[in-house]
Every structure is written in structure tokens, then in C-alpha cells.
Ligand binder design. Structure first.
Ligand code: 5CA
Ligand code: ZN
Length: 411
């Protein structure tokens, strides 16, 4: 399917460092220095409702990675899926009496507009689950050839026991796995499974649900096989980073890795990277709880999308945090302060700020540290804490492209 329009990024006269990134599977830092293009897969939306701040926070995290790689001189290949057929989408469509295809198309289009407004660089390929059904069928056949597939009535399951590395992505104990599997779309209670943790890869046709022909009967893809199939096709094996929110650590990313590893005999991704959860009103922001702050609603109330972006940048991508309107209003004020400083042209010395911003982002995407450097520069330039420093005549011209390229802030 179509991605959103390109977001321009200025070319910088200086390079950033190689990016070091926290890896969920090892629990440590890995320096990501891809030989060729850096390859990144980021799990996309299930389009049954509008993009909320939690989604935006996750996509901003991987946008920072994309930009940090580019600052380090890498080319990037970025692929994202859209889960345009799955239980929550069908349930919502049913509940509100809209055709599920129409609902998915409408919300996907709104998502594109939100991402564009937030200056998230578009993926090279935005790939829907429905258009990938032939890939899913092919991957199930490869898994079947490896002895990893079995049938329960009309449904096909993947056997987690087929992957010797099962559990190596999340490192959760079995009780935690069982709990998350049940909470996050799995069916641990289903009779006839070899292991309660085995996920469905092909769900046989049910009355009133969409279904497609396949060699195993009519049905539709399971969730994890969708991302495994899309990533393998569009990026190949052992790509650099598999990304998403921390609610995808298990079962989603563990199962994707398992499917790909059993089928291809090689590691799925080098690094598994997860963004923290954004909460609102004391709970994780989630469509099922309904405690949502929509990006489109903020845009419709004339909030500058750059203020939304700055609000998110003030939190390290791996922390869990709570959205409040006060933070957004503070970001609106901070942007106004920065704009006043930039409008002077001259300012405090910019070169050390450029170095600090790029270093901070290369250091596990430390956006709060990068933003603090800009705050300090604006204060020094405006003389908020003493004498105004306008000793660098090129300060604004030096800093503005870095803000744009590295932080995605068009000020
Ligand atoms: N379509 C699947 C991934 S293949 C899915 O999880 N869709 S989603 O619409 O539920 O979420 C889209 C992305 O936003 C995922 O990466 C998810 O981890 C992330 N996400 C969801 N809720 C939050 C939240 N409250 N805070 C941060 N990230 C979130
Ligand atoms: Zn996914």
C-alpha cells in the first residue's frame, strides 16, 4: 500500500557517531554498524481507530533511529506493516456497523496524515496484511516442511518447540509468557494444542468473517506470521532492528523471530528494540481501555505538531510515562522561546551544541539530552540566566538544520 509523502531532511556538513542501541534480547547495548544499508522493521498499526500519542511515541523512537543512522552516513531501508485484517479490527467494524475494509482504509489514511504532520520519515515499504496473504501462505508451507505446523480443527498452529531459540528474545519465564499470551491476542486455553503457547498461523473461515483461499482451506492469517512474512520478504533475514512498543516483546516479537528462524535457519533480527508505554489517566493508553489522546484531535485543535513532537522528545524512548496537557503547553512555550533565539541569527556558539545533539542521539537515542542542549543554547543566546551570548554569528544557520535532520523538529 501507499506510504505517506517524503519528509525532507537537510544534509549535514558533519557526521554523527555510529548508533549504539539497547537490545531487549541481550539486555545490553549493541553498536549498530551495518555493512550496507541499515535494515529496520517497525510493527505498524492495527487500523481500527485513530493514532494516539502512545503509537506516535513508538514511531518517533524509530524515526530517531532512522535519522541517527542517516546522520552517521548510513542509508536506511525501513519497512512497516499495517495489520489490516485481525480480530480487533473486525470486532470494531461489526460494533459500529461499518465495512471492515472501509474502516481500515479510513484509519490508515488518517495515520499517514498524522505521521506526516509529526515529520516521521515514511517507510520505504508500507505493507498491508491482506496484500501479503500469498507471502503468509508461502511461509506457512516452509514452516510445515520444517515440521513446525499442526492442525486443530480448521486452524493451523505453529509449534513453539520447533525453535531451539524460543524465549531468547524476551527471556520471560513460562508464567509470564502464559499471562502475556492470554492478554495479548493468544488462546492458551484452546483444547488440542501441543503447547498452550503455540500461536495460530492460519485461522479457518468463520461465518461472517473475511477469508481467503489457501492450500490449507479458506481462512485468514494469524498475527505473528504476518510480520514474519513481510519482514523476510522485504528485508531478508538477520536485519538490523526489529522495533515496536514494549507490549510487543512477548508474544509478538518472540513468535515472529521463531517463525522466521525455523523457516530460514538464520536469526530474524540482530537487535530487538522496544519503546516504553505512554499512559494517560493512570493506565497504559490503549484502544481497549479508551483512555486515548489522538494526534489528529490535537491537530484539529490547532496544536503545532512540532509541540507534540517536542513533548515526546522530552522522554527517553525506553521509559514509560504519562501524558499530561501541561507537558504539551510547556512544549508550546519552549518552542516559542527557541524561535525567539533562532530569530536573532547570531547566538551562543553552535558547534559544541551540534556535537552534543548528535552524540546524544547516537547514545541509545537520548533525545532528552539533545533537547536539553538546545534549551541551554537558547537560554545563553537570550541571556535568560545572565548576559546574552551572540558571539557566533552563524549560530541559527548552523543549528537549525541539525534540529531538523536529527530531531525532526522544523522550528
Ligand atoms: N499491528 C500490531 C503490530 S504488528 C499492533 O500492535 N498495532 S497497535 O495499533 O496496537 O500498535 C501500534 C504500535 O504502537 C505498536 O508498536 C505498539 O507497541 C505501539 N503502542 C500501542 N500502545 C502504545 C502505548 N500506549 N504507548 C506506546 N506505544 C504503544
Ligand atoms: Zn508486528
Amino acid at each position: 500500500m501507499r506510504a505517506w509523502s517524503p519528509v525532507e531532511i537537510p544534509t549535514l556538513p558533519v557526521s554523527g557517531p555510529e548508533v549504539s542501541l539497547h537490545d531487549t534480547s541481550t539486555g545490553g547495548r549493541l553498536t549498530s554498524a551495518p555493512v550496507d544499508a541499515a535494515r529496520m522493521y517497525v510493527c505498524g498499526i492495527t487500523p481500527y481507530d485513530a493514532t494516539h500519542i502512545g503509537h506516535a511515541n513508538t514511531y518517533l523512537a524509530f524515526d530517531l533511529l532512522n535519522r541517527a543512522w542517516r546522520s552517521a552516513g548510513r542509508t536506511v531501508r525501513f519497512v512497516q506493516n499495517v495489520t489490516d485484517v485481525d480480530d480487533p479490527l473486525l470486532e470494531r467494524a461489526d460494533k459500529v456497523g461499518v465495512d471492515w475494509v472501509e474502516l481500515a482504509e479510513r484509519e490508515t489514511e488518517l495515520f499517514r496524515q498524522d505521521m506526516q504532520a509529526l515529520r516521521i520519515l515514511p517507510p520505504d515499504a508500507l505493507v498491508g496484511a491482506v496484500e501479503s496473504i500469498p507471502l503468509v501462505i508461502d511461509l506457512i508451507q516452509r514452516l510445515d516442511a520444517a515440521g513446525a505446523i499442526y492442525r486443530v480443527e480448521d486452524d493451523l498452529y505453529y509449534s513453539v518447540a520447533a525453535d531451539p531459540a524460543f524465549g531468547a528474545e524476551s527471556h520471560y519465564d513460562r508464567d509470564t509468557m502464559l499471562r502475556f499470551f492470554g492478554e495479548r491476542g493468544g488462546d492458551p486455553e484452546r483444547d488440542g494444542k501441543k503447547d498452550p503457547l503455540d500461536p495460530v498461523v492460519w485461522r479457518g473461515e468463520r461465518p461472517g468473517e473475511p477469508a481467503w483461499d489457501s492450500p490449507f482451506g479458506r481462512g485468514r492469517p494469524g498475527w505473528h506470521i504476518e510480520c514474519a512474512a513481510i519482514a523476510l520478504e522485504h528485508l531478508g533475514t538477520t536485519f538490523d532492528v526489529q522495533g515496536g512498543g514494549s507490549d510487543l516483546v512477548f508474544p509478538h516479537h518472540e513468535m515472529c523471530a521463531g517463525h522466521a528462524q525455523v523457516a530460514a535457519g538464520e536469526p530474524f533480527a540482530r537487535i530487538y528494540s522496544h519503546a516504553g508505554m505512554v499512559g494517560y489517566g493512570g493506565e497504559k493508553m490503549s484502544k481497549s481501555l479508551g483512555n486515548l489522546v489522538f494526534v489528529s484531535a490535537l491537530r484539529n485543535s490547532d496544536i503545532d505538531p512540532m509541540a507534540v513532537r517536542l513533548t515526546l522528545l522530552r522522554h527517553h524512548y525506553r521509559t514509560d510515562w504519562e501524558w499530561t496537557d501541561e507537558q504539551l503547553f510547556a512544549a508550546v512555550d519552549d518552542l516559542a522561546t527557541w524561535r525567539r533565539a533562532f530569530s536573532l541569527g547570531a547566538g551562543a556558539p553552535a558547534a559544541p551544541v551540534v556535537t552534543e545533539v548528535l552524540a546524544a542521539l547516537g547514545d541509545d537515542l537520548d533525545a532528552p539530552r539533545a533537547v536539553a542542549a538546545i534549551d541551554a543554547w537558547a537560554k545563553a543566546t537570550l541571556g535568560t540566566d545572565g548576559l546574552a551570548d551572540t558571539s557566533d554569528p552563524e549560530a541559527a544557520a548552523t543549528l537549525l538544520p541539525v534540529l531538523d535532520a536529527a530531531l525532526g523538529l522544523a522550528v
